[in-house]
Design a protein around this ligand. Structure first.
Ligand SMILES: [Zn+2]
Length: 140
């Protein structure tokens, strides 16, 4: 099972293997991608196969790059099965310059005391055991 994202704070969501296959293969290459609606330009991460606004399946894969600002974070004590061993961990909500908001675990390299609003973060793929996932980290 590969963990791909959170629908809501502290709640995990698994996306069917077929839908996330492109995301996983991109992650394995070290690239994080979302989907963008070809009609209205709305970005989705985790990627969606359709746009909720336009109800179209005309979406394209686009890399998610650049800096994000931390909006809020929470500590998670009961994680999804794939993450049970790593609880507790910190889950953050960060916003990119283009307005895209992403929920992701925050790297353990960041001390809890360092976490504050507007902290600059980047989204990076990481390997963990058999799987690959993504997390928010301090920019290099
Ligand atoms: Zn759309």
């Amino acid at each position: 099972m590969i963990w791909v994202g959170f629908e809501k704070f502290g709640q995990s969501a698994y996306i069917s293997q077929t839908k996330v296959t492109p995301l996983i293969s991109y992650l394995e290459k070290g690239v994080i991608v979302g989907t963008r609606c070809k009609k209205c330009g709305k970005m989705y991460f985790p990627p969606r196969a359709d746009c909720v606004d336009c109800r179209t399946s005309e979406v394209e894969w686009v890399p998610i790059e650049g800096r994000a600002r931390l909006i809020t974070f929470t500590e998670v004590y009961f994680g999804p099965p794939a993450f049970e061993q790593s609880t507790p961990y910190v889950l953050g909500l960060a916003e990119f310059d283009n307005g895209l908001r992403v929920f992701a675990p925050i790297s353990r390299n960041l001390d809890r005391e360092q976490l504050k609003m507007d902290l600059e973060l980047v989204l990076k793929p990481r390997h963990s055991g058999e799987g690959v996932f993504y997390q928010l980290e301090k920019p290099d």
